[in-house]
Unconditional design. Structure first.
Length: 277
């Protein structure tokens, strides 16, 4: 059985994945799971959840968290620490990512981290952290203040899905990849996401009701050859659709595509407009 990486803030399933092509190689992802939206009752970690209507179909309710209240309670406690003692939370996160980097080095794989497994925090803004200079560095063990966790860990590839579409207009760090998450729960939100995708070229993830529907949307390889390919129902966006379930490592996707996913768990029954028929 694959060895798991577990820490206070992030965990991985122990499965390193080889990405097709020499450009990427073998990565393992550690994910942080917080209590989504306002579940921790101290603030909102998903500012667009209400507008995008995604709370009901939220992945946090699928799988293990849906079955064990102890998991939900642990996520709530973690999120409350995020709100009540940000400095201590960021210090834990730095320690845990350092441990994950060491774990990946021992395994001979590259580290990838998704901080927003079940949240939508804008980590690139107002989340400074301290990290010690590495052993061997002339200033070891002096701690440096970094503007963000991405800056503190240039050796790690970070990536997330987001519904906070204004993030797409920011100049994000080179080691952070964002994919916009589409929803038709609110026509205003759908229009704003599409406008953002068109203006910035950022990839857009769309969750289809079933694998069959998603597979039907997969591009023939010609972005504009077949007008039925890549059209998101209420929009005029025509883009190639790629199979987003083949790998979760969104930073390896080509740019300017629709990342086609199909609904799993409770999301299959979603009627909010998040899941597209
Ligand atoms: S923004 Fe993401 S994590 Fe937050 S409620 Fe919506 S689907 Fe869940």
């Amino acid at each position: 059985m694959a060895k798991l990486f577990k820490s206070k803030t992030i965990r991985s399933g122990g499965n390193a994945k080889t990405i097709k092509g020499d450009k990427f190689g073998e990565y393992e992802t550690a994910i942080m799971y917080l209590a989504p939206a306002k579940q921790a009752l101290m603030g909102n970690v998903c500012p667009m959840a209400e507008t995008a209507g995604c709370e009901m179909g939220c992945l946090s309710k699928a799988g293990r968290a849906g079955m064990f209240s102890s998991i939900v309670e642990a996520r709530i406690a973690k999120t409350q620490r995020y709100f009540s003692n940000r400095a201590a939370f960021m210090a834990d996160l730095v320690k845990d990512i350092e441990a994950f980097v060491r774990y990946c080095n021992r395994k001979g794989v590259k580290p990838a981290v998704r901080l927003n497994g079940t949240s939508d925090i804008q980590w690139e803004v107002a989340h400074p952290c301290q990290r010690d200079a590495p052993k061997g560095h002339f200033s070891y063990p002096v701690a440096y203040l970094h503007a963000s966790i991405f800056e503190a860990f240039p050796e790690v590839q970070f990536y997330d899905y987001t519904k906070v579409y204004k993030r797409a207009y920011r100049k994000l760090p080179a080691n952070y990849s964002l994919t916009l998450s589409y929803s038709e729960a609110s026509p205003a939100y759908a229009a704003a996401v599409i406008k953002t995708a068109c203006e910035t070229g950022i990839n857009m993830a769309v969750v289809y009701r079933s694998k069959a529907i998603r597979d039907n949307m997969l591009s023939s390889g010609d972005a504009f050859g077949d007008a039925s390919n890549g059209v998101v129902s209420t929009t005029r966006v025509i883009r190639p659709v790629i199979d987003g379930d083949e790998t979760d490592m969104r930073f390896t996707d080509p740019q300017g595509v629709i990342v086609g996913l199909y609904a799993k768990g409770p999301a299959k029954k979603d009627t909010s407009g998040f899941v597209i028929d």
